[in-house]
Design a binder for this molecule. Structure first.
Ligand code: AAO
Length: 472
């Protein structure tokens, strides 16, 4: 439950926020698979309340039927199958904490009736007895004080109807909800709002999940990869550490940690437990996420696509460094933080990895697109030969498997840098792509423990090489 069952040579996950199942399947085949990304995190695929097209309406479950604006059951299944076929795993965003916001009734995105006033969800079915309202003692019924662990877990998060995971019936329904994805070939879960559930209940639920599906190509012994969303930036009684016994946890301190060091990259050398963060095996790390890039869920300065230069250097660092399991956010442009996704999917494969229709596609950016290849090929090594240039420049190796140099300065960074890579000539994956017998971009020569680098500024201020991608 702590290890992602990535295909050999693949690494890192991309959150394709609000992409349709059909678009993700194509992305796996044309981009994520060939570029050896480990997995895609998909937006919640289950039936949701239709509020008004906002991105967040998908965090309001109505039933566990797979039908909403990303697609239906068959399209979901087709996506997982096609992604697995090219070595890319699917991690599903699941919402076991709650159903939709209180009040009103209607039909969800899959046509299922619900009555949020009388707490009736016949599609599951859940009714009043399955909810936590009787265990909540705040006057509003909502969480009013994050300093009180009881109300954080038993009261409603922003009026979302709170399920009681302590009952056998609810546990059974949640296990079935998650297992349906394992049956379809998914390899893990991003579990929403875990701070708002009791750790003991989650331990039981995750413990009952099936092993990954043999019919989807897994060995039969692998556990689903679990990463739980717990926003712990200190100052509250509930801590991320309470959740590490049965899966990984999102390390939100990392967003602030890297975000406040864009102009002093050298400080990032020992980011991790030395900074009071979760252990490397317990954490999922990211530069920004779908909430904090738009002012939801947690504060502080986070670097997003709007600071594209800093995002490139920090994402390269995150994917290259050995602390935590990294996730890259892939976004769409917005002016209103509530705004849902563009009406058309990204496309953009006409002659390269462009991106169209209002999507950002950070994962396709020149600096970032080959980081899956790098990450996948340095698995099992630690950071070695850390070095620094004079102008916000850092370089390091991953044992004898890889080397990267990040130029956070204002001019080209060239010269001879110590590395633990073996002698050879390698494709600079930050500047171009490997081809059958060579590289489309510049190469980096290593000889006698020295790499000859020339890292530009501008569009792609990073260079990285791996023993798996040589120039000849
Ligand atoms: C929508 C409407 C609501 C309406 C509701 C029901 O916006 O007005 O009441 O429907 O009708 C998303 C949106 C919500 C949306 C919801 C459902 O963000 O706006 O509500 O879908 O449609 C807490 C949780 C965390 C959660 C985060 C948003 O702990 O789990 O709030 N994130 C997840 C998802 C998110 C989703 C949900 C959960 C719900 O990623 O997309 O919501 O499924 C503190 C606490 C945190 C708390 C934040 C925000 O953070 O520590 O636990 O997150 O506050 O309230 C400093 C502190 C930091 C603190 C921060 C902000 O930085 O260090 O700890 O300040 O105060």
């Amino acid at each position: 439950q702590w290890e992602a069952a990535y295909a050999p040579g693949h690494g890192g996950m991309v959150h394709l926020f609000e992409w349709s199942h059909a678009a993700i399947a194509e992305e796996c085949e044309k981009m994520l698979g060939p570029k050896k990304w480990g997995a895609v995190q998909v937006s919640p695929p289950t039936e949701n309340r239709l509020v008004g097209g906002q991105w967040w309406e998908r965090y309001q479950p109505i039933s566990y039927k797979l039908e909403n604006r990303s697609g239906n059951h068959q399209e979901f299944a087709d996506m997982v199958r096609r992604c697995n076929a090219v070595g890319v795993r699917t991690f599903v965003d699941v919402i076991p904490n709650h159903m939709c916001g209180g009040g009103g009734s209607g039909t969800g995105s899959g046509g299922t009736f619900f009555d949020a006033g009388s707490l009736d969800f016949p599609g599951v079915p859940y009714s009043r007895n399955d909810m936590n309202d009787n265990n909540c003692y705040t006057s509003s019924g909502n969480i009013e004080n994050y300093g009180d662990a009881n109300q954080v877990r038993n009261c409603r998060l922003v009026n979302l109807i709170d399920l009681n995971q302590g009952t056998e019936y609810v546990r059974g329904k949640l296990v079935d909800y998650l297992n349906q994805f394992i049956d379809l070939g998914a390899a893990g879960f991003r579990v929403d709002a875990c701070k708002h559930m009791w750790p003991g209940d989650l331990d039981v639920i995750f413990g009952r999940l099936k092993n990954l599906n043999v019919r989807s190509g897994f060995k039969g012994t692998e556990r689903p990869f679990i990463f739980q969303e717990v926003i712990d930036q200190g100052g509250e009684p509930i801590t991320a550490n309470e959740y590490t016994g049965f899966g990984r946890v999102t390390e939100f301190k990392y967003c602030m940690g890297v975000g406040s060091n864009t102009n002093s990259l050298k400080h990032l050398a020992n980011i991790g437990p030395d900074w009071g963060y979760l252990s490397p095996m317990s954490s999922v790390v990211f530069v920004n996420n779908h909430d904090n890039q738009r002012g939801h869920g947690g504060g502080g300065h986070v670097v997003t696509f709007e600071e594209s230069w800093a995002l490139k250097t920090l994402t390269t660092f995150m994917m290259g460094h050995d602390y935590g399991e990294p996730r890259v956010m892939s976004s769409y442009y917005f002016s209103d933080p509530d705004e849902g996704p563009p009406g058309w999917q990204p496309n953009g494969f006409n002659g390269g990895f462009g991106c169209e229709n209002g999507w950002v596609c950070e994962h396709r950016w020149r600096a970032i697109q080959n980081l899956g290849m790098f990450r996948g090929s340095v698995f099992g090594t630690g950071v070695t030969k850390w070095s620094e240039g004079w102008d916000n420049q850092i370089a390091f190796s991953r044992g004898n498997k890889g080397f990267m140099a990040i130029n956070g300065g204002s001019s080209n960074w060239s010269g001879s840098i110590a590395t633990s890579m073996p002698d050879g000539e390698y494709c600079d994956l930050g500047q171009g792509d490997p081809t059958d017998g060579g590289c489309t971009g510049p190469t980096i020569r290593v000889s006698g423990g020295q790499a000859q680098i020339n890292v530009p500024t501008g569009d792609s201020p990073v260079s990285y090489i791996s023993v798996s991608y040589t120039a000849t």
